[in-house]
Design a protein around this ligand. Structure first.
Ligand SMILES: [Zn+2]
Length: 467
């Protein structure tokens, strides 16, 4: 049986500052090496100061993944020399004096399968290496320390995955969960990274490092299983090694032999005392946890009779579920859900588009109510939504400007219906003998009014005219 285990690194991107200093956690908006200070540069004489908010946010993640949370946490130095790590050690966590990392064992359901979590730890992100130059001869390596010290949560799973699809499903659930908790934006470049270990039936464990996105993680796992199976079929032994994911060529390549924990010479970080997270604090964090995705889904189904699939799409994305929760009334909930899942999702499908969108919950509420009251047809509502997202104008103004209002004037509609009856004598005869075919004529009226005729009024008038 193939066994896959994951180590997910998730930056707490929604925090104000880094893990041990007051530099910004959001390093992405800075020029290279601008978001740094003596602490995150590891200069002699500086002392780390633990970001309490990071401890709380990381604990919340642990709770959401049903992990045990310890009474006291401790930090350790992981010693290694690498240019992206100016201190020559990383401050991280390790469970050698009992469970002292931010989260202990836990689990999460992926479909019907339980994926076990081994532990969750809080640590600092290193800096970033940038390679420049076209060939290996003139290649230079630059270091950007803006990222050094960014709060990072590492989630380690047991090797419970059996194929790349299970990995993909888990990642989707995990990134939705992280987003729903409001602790990070998983769509930011580099915010979620991963290492994986893969072993096929009877084989040895191979670790894949450096996978920069969830999209590539599935590919890397798939590649590694195929590579190991190919070696196996040719009776070549699979070496126990660390491989790097080459995201340009989309393959794994052999890297240095893996360091053992002993090589890192872990020892307690003496500059940070053990931190007590008392039961009161943990209870408070638990009570402040946002509603979970699954409970949102249940609520949408049971309270508003929203179809299960629509409820699933709506609840799993924080952006859409927040919008829904601020826009619905008991009367328009189904229509609001409909607009979001059928029209809006296509209009704001990227982070940039969401940020630019001028749509407010008030707009959405108005639009849904106007569809229900027959002021605007569903077809036209889509055009109106497009305009509102772009301009932020009020619905009434948009309807007027784009001439999107329904034709509800009976006289005007009768005029159009008479025209259609004249033009379609055959269809009219057919409708007389087989009333169901009247829909064809409704369609013709819609065509003439560019979808703006009130559908129920049209049907009523057509019936009066023909039958
Ligand atoms: Zn700093």
């Amino acid at each position: 049986m193939t066994k896959i285990g994951l180590e997910i690194h998730c930056q707490l991107t929604n925090l104000e500052s880094k893990l041990f200093c007051s530099c910004k956690a959001n390093y992405r908006e800075f020029e290279i090496n601008e978001n740094i200070c003596p602490i995150c540069m590891g200069l002699p004489g500086t002392l780390p100061r633990l970001n309490q908010e990071a401890v709380k946010k990381a604990t919340t993640i642990a709770m959401a993944l049903n992990c045990s949370t310890p009474e006291k946490i401790a930090f350790f130095r992981k010693n290694y020399f690498y240019p992206d790590l100016p201190k020559n050690f990383q401050i991280t966590q390790l469970n050698i004096y009992g469970d002292t990392s931010i989260g202990g064992t836990g689990s999460i359901l992926v479909g019907d399968k339980k994926i076990r979590i081994r532990r969750i730890q809080l640590e600092e992100d290193p800096g970033r290496l940038i390679y420049e130059g076209s060939s290996s001869k003139n290649q230079i390596t630059l270091v950007d320390y803006n990222r050094a010290g960014t709060p990072l949560v590492e989630i380690v799973t047991e090797p419970d995955f059996e194929n790349p699809k299970e990995v993909r499903d888990f990642l989707k659930i995990l990134s939705d969960l992280i987003e729903n908790l409001g602790v990070a934006d998983p769509t930011l470049e580099g915010a979620m990274r991963a290492d994986a270990n893969v072993s096929i039936e009877g084989g040895t464990k191979v670790e894949i490092k450096n996978i920069g996105s969830f999209h590539d993680l599935e590919k890397a796992v798939h590649f590694e299983i195929t590579r190991q199976e190919s070696l196996n079929s040719r009776d070549i032994e699979i070496a126990q090694e660390t491989r790097h994911w080459d995201d340009r060529r989309k393959i794994t390549v052999s890297a240095r032999s893996k360091e053992e924990d002993l090589d890192y010479r872990y020892f307690l970080e003496g500059d940070i005392p053990w931190v007590k997270i008392g039961i009161d604090t943990r209870n408070e964090l638990q009570s402040k946890m946002p509603e979970s995705i699954s409970s949102k889904k249940e609520r949408y189904i049971s309270e508003f009779k929203i179809p299960s699939q629509v409820a699933e799409v709506l609840s799993s994305d924080k952006f859409y579920s927040d919008l829904f929760d601020k826009s619905f009334t008991q009367e328009n909930a189904k229509e609001v859900a409909n607009i979001i899942t059928t029209d809006l999702m296509g209009l704001v499908d990227t982070r940039e588009k969401r940020e630019k969108s001028k749509l407010t919950p008030e707009h959405l509420k108005n639009l849904a109510n106007s569809i229900i009251s027959g002021k605007i047809a569903r077809n036209s509502a889509k055009n109106a939504l497009h305009e509102i997202v772009k301009t932020g104008n009020e619905l009434d103004a948009v309807i007027k400007e784009l001439d999107l209002g329904n034709v509800t004037d009976q006289l005007k509609l009768q005029e159009i219906i008479s025209q259609v009856i004249n033009e379609e004598p055959q269809a009219v005869e057919q409708a007389k003998s087989n009333p169901q075919t009247i829909n064809y004529l409704v369609g013709k009226v819609m065509q003439k009014t560019k979808g703006k005729a009130d559908p129920s009024l049209t049907l009523e008038l057509l019936k009066k005219n023909i039958i």
